[in-house]
Design a protein around this ligand. Structure first.
Ligand code: BTN
Length: 233
């Protein structure tokens, strides 16, 4: 596979950079600094210079591939496996936040255009607690957790795993059990689900092959799409 790697000093957002430019897949872009890092749901991603790994991947979108949700779960598995090599204890909060000790350390932003898929990943490497104080949910970094992190080594391991999990996913070989093994939300848990219209508690039944969360509320089975709901314990 032909992979082009671009390392930038400063950019607004590595995802936006890949959307703007006309690179061919597979292109990987990293930046030391993002002036307008983007999070999910229109939020900002705290991106101070030299503190995080800010990396985006450009892949070709296979014909009839619409399941960005599963890809976002499988990418989280690939990245969590890298982090768990540094120290065990990293889990995934569905759909794709990676947490350690109950705090978020990595976020993933998948986006699709007509023929391309862009997956942006932010990992907090060297942030201080002060720098993360403005995060929307409690956040941490490898430094705060006292985990030694070599930017170059982590970048290479993340790149390898993200590409291999993308291939597994588009070829239908990704097994949702890999996600379930790392999931913070487990079968039988009582969770609170918030949609635009309602908020309710439900019992988790599991995750299906397309990455939907299956939960039961008063005898009714709900199949929940990550883009439309948020989940709390
Ligand atoms: C989230 O809200 O959890 C998703 C965060 C994704 C952040 C990464 S950093 C690299 C890429 N460029 C961006 O602007 N966002 C993603």
């Amino acid at each position: 596979m032909n992979i082009k790697i671009i390392n930038l000093e400063t950019v607004d957002s590595t995802n936006e950079f890949l959307k703007r430019e006309n690179f061919s897949p597979v292109t990987v872009v990293t930046a030391k600094n993002q002036t307008n890092g983007k999070g999910r749901r229109g939020k900002k991603w705290i991106s101070p210079k030299n503190r995080g790994l800010y990396i985006s991947f450009l892949f070709r979108k296979p014909d009839n591939f619409e399941n960005l949700q599963l890809l976002s779960l499988s990418t989280a598995v690939g990245v969590a496996k890298v982090l768990n090599r540094l120290r065990s204890g990293f889990t995934i909060k569905w759909p794709n936040d990676i947490l350690i000790n109950g705090r978020k350390i990595c976020g993933i932003l998948p986006e699709a255009t007509r023929d391309k898929i862009i997956i942006g990943i932010g990992i907090n490497l060297y942030h201080t607690a002060e720098e993360l104080a403005g995060a929307d949910i409690p956040a941490t970094s490898l430094s705060i957790e006292k985990i030694k992190a070599d930017r170059k080594v982590i970048t290479e391991m993340v790149t390898d795993n993200v590409i291999s999990y993308y291939q597994k996913t588009v070829s239908g070989e990704f097994n949702i059990a890999e996600f379930e093994n790392l999931s913070l939300i487990q079968k039988g848990d009582e969770i609170t689900i918030k949609t635009e219209k309602e908020k309710f508690t439900a019992k988790v039944l599991g995750f299906d092959r397309e990455g939907f969360l299956i939960a039961e509320k008063d005898g009714e089975i709900k199949r929940l799409f990550a883009g439309e709901v948020s989940v709390r314990f």
